[in-house]
Design a protein around this ligand. Structure first.
Ligand code: PLP
Length: 444
């Protein structure tokens, strides 16, 4: 392709042109095969080219692809909302459909503010969030994101919502070990609320496992229980941003379920439509919908393409496929198998500082010195180079950040489709080892 007017992630970047996908593999127009160990951007949960989904989308398209949600509901949207209510824990029964994860987190944020307004507590308008986090690229979502690299150009437009440390055990902000940990990082939320004045705070938002900003930072046990207790004590809603972690990625519908915590609102995206159509959602609990139903009755949000039947039919078919093939049930054992193989690689390569994550959301933090955990200098562009090299060897991995500022350190996420087989996991690790070996030579 000689000339292009398409704005790509880098305007002078060199990107292969995709031809087709099949399961965990993608093929470009030059006939090269790639093992998609990233599920794109932690999205293609059921893999590529699944016939049932294409059929369901075709059937819907033959009837009607688009209706405006102020004029019509649709069977696809109604059934999808019912499906999500059935899979989601507790009373997270209500769905507001949008088209991207950023819209989902912003919608959840706005519903949280509206909830308090409907109860007459109009001062509760702020959101608190954590450093080392990513909640989306639109301005509201970016305001909540503790990602200095992505905020830098737009600080004049952003609110300063990130105020607390993440549960980053590898680089514990309190220099504690798992044995001495008393969840000080969760306790920070209480201090932040007191400082801010809880009467001005509508909600606290967090990613159960930190993705793009943290290469799968996973909290210690008890962390989210404590967070939820603090939120409840100070009458602040808890929003779980499960855009990356939700819809089975860690083996349960929501990652929060691993820690027995029920959020008031949830943002879903990515795996929800598995990449077959743009779709995302804010899930709303009965507690939060109640005053809106009894009050204004209108959730003040919405996009032209919200709840369009085409995207809803795709996501509905994805959930039916997950159920029919018991896919979520196998994620934990597949994830453990893959993680153990990654830990073996960690022992062999001095630049793999940490291997972490849950289910099939696994991350590796890359460091220049394992003992001191010294990061590489940002000028070395280690993540970018490793991801590029992996692609040359036919392996797709997801570039993420790591380190204490949540954007300049190096890390990658390994998150293949949940449908990956044991044999394919072994092939993934074999390709990764070849890549790491080549990278080790490059670093010399
Ligand atoms: N929230 C989380 C946790 C994410 O990982 C992302 C994207 O990476 C988003 C929100 C934003 O989603 P989208 O890119 O679909 O707008």
């Amino acid at each position: 392709m000689e000339r292009t007017y398409l704005i790509k992630p880098s305007l002078d970047g060199d990107y292969p042109v995709v031809d087709y996908g099949d399961g965990v593999y993608l093929y470009d127009t030059a006939g090269r095969q790639y093992l998609d160990a990233a599920a794109g951007a932690v999205t293609a949960n059921i893999g590529h080219g699944v016939k049932e989904i294409i059929e369901a989308m075709n059937n819907q398209a033959e009837k009607v692809s688009f209706v405006y949600r102020s004029q019509f509901s649709s069977a696809a949207a109604e059934q999808l909302a019912e499906k999500l209510a059935r899979h989601a824990p507790g009373d997270l029964n209500w769905s507001f459909f949008v088209n991207s994860g950023s819209e989902a987190t912003e919608t959840a944020m706005k519903i949280a503010i509206q909830y308090w307004q409907e109860l007459g507590r109009t001062g509760k308008i702020k959101i608190l969030s954590r450093w080392i986090s990513y909640h989306g690229i639109t301005l509201g979502a970016l305001s909540m994101s503790g990602h200095p690299g992505r905020r830098a150009r737009f600080t004049s437009l952003l609110e300063d919502y990130p105020v607390v440390s993440p549960p980053y055990c590898y680089r514990c902000p309190y220099n504690l070990t798992p044995e001495s940990c008393a969840l000080e990082c969760a306790q920070e939320l209480e201090l932040a609320l007191k400082r801010t004045n809880p009467e001005t705070v509508a909600a606290f938002i967090a990613e159960p496992i930190v993705g793009a900003a943290g290469s799968a930072i996973t909290p210690p046990p008890g962390y989210y229980k404590k967070i939820k207790q603090i939120c409840d004590r100070y009458e602040v809603l808890f929003i779980a941003d499960e855009v990356m972690t939700g819809c089975g990625r860690t083996g349960t519908m929501l990652a929060c379920e691993h820690w027995g915590v029920l959020p008031d609102l949830v943002a879903l995206g990515k795996g929800m439509g598995s990449g077959y159509a743009p779709i995302a959602a804010a899930l709303v609990s009965e507690k939060v919908i109640e005053p809106i139903r009894n009050g204004s009755k209108v959730v003040m949000s919405g996009h032209t393409l919200s709840a369009n039947p085409q995207s809803c039919a795709a996501a509905l078919a994805v959930f039916k496929y997950l159920e029919k093939n018991n896919i979520m049930e196998d994620v934990e054992s597949k994830g453990t198998y893959l993680k153990n193989l990654l830990v073996k690689l960690q022992r062999q390569y001095s630049f793999i500082g940490d291997v972490r994550g849950k289910g099939l959301l696994l991350g590796m933090e890359l460091v220049s010195d394992k003992t001191s955990k010294q990061p590489f200098s940002p000028e070395m562009k280690v993540t970018e180079r490793l991801v590029h090299l992996a692609r040359e060897y036919g392996l797709l991995i997801y570039p993420a950040a790591a380190g204490l500022d949540g954007s300049s350190g190096d890390g990658v996420i390994i998150s293949p489709p949940l449908t990956i087989t044991k044999r394919e996991i072994e092939e993934l690790v074999k390709r990764l080892k070849t890549v790491l070996e080549a990278f080790k030579q490059e670093l010399k």
